[in-house]
Design a protein. Sequence first.
Length: 210
Amino acid sequence: MMPLPYRRLVIAFVAGFCVMVFELVAARVMSPVVGASTYVWASIIGVIIAAMSLGYWLGGVLADARSRDGDVAWLLLGAALLMLTMLCQYHDILQWVAQLPIDIRLQATVAASLLFAPTSLVLGAVSPYLVERQTETLARTGRSVASLSAVNSIGGIVGTFAAGFFLFGWLGIHDVLVVLISLLVLASWLVVPGQRWQWRVVVSVLCVGL
C-alpha cells in the first residue's frame, strides 16, 4: 500500500470530488419540487458553503484536541451514512417542505439545509484533520497545506466535469449518490485499513441493497 502521506492526498481528492458532485446532485434533487431557479441555486450554494465553513472550524478544533488518523475514517464513514440517509429520505422531506406556507426562497433554503448541510458539514471537517496529520514539521507546513488544498481543488474540478459531462448522462440521481457513498467508504479504508471494518461492511451492504 502507498505511504500514508500519499493516501491522505488521495482522500483530499476524493473529498473534493464528492463535495462538488454532491452540490450538483442537490440541484437535480430539488428541481422537481422547488424548481431550478437562481433562488434555488443560491440556497444550495449558500447552505453548503456555510455548512462546510462550520465543518472546517469544528474539524480544526477536534484535530487539535485528538489528531488521530482513525478519526478521518470516522468522518468519511459519517459523511457516507448521512448521504445514505439523505438518499432514502429526500422524497418525503421535499414533499413536506413543499407544503410549508412560506416563500419559495425559504422553501429552497429549508430543503437545502435539511438535505445537504449535515453531509457537507462532516465533509468540511475532513480537511483540517488531513492538514493536522500531514503537517509533520513547521518547515514543511506551507508545502503540506498547499498540496492538500491543491489536490482537494483538483478533485472538485474533476468532479464538476465528470458529473456534468458523464455521470448525469449515464446514471440517475440515485446511482450517482451510491457512487459517492461508495467512494467515501473506500476512502475510509485508506486511512486505517484494519480498523472500523464493521461500519464499512454495514454501509457497503446498504449500498448494494439500494
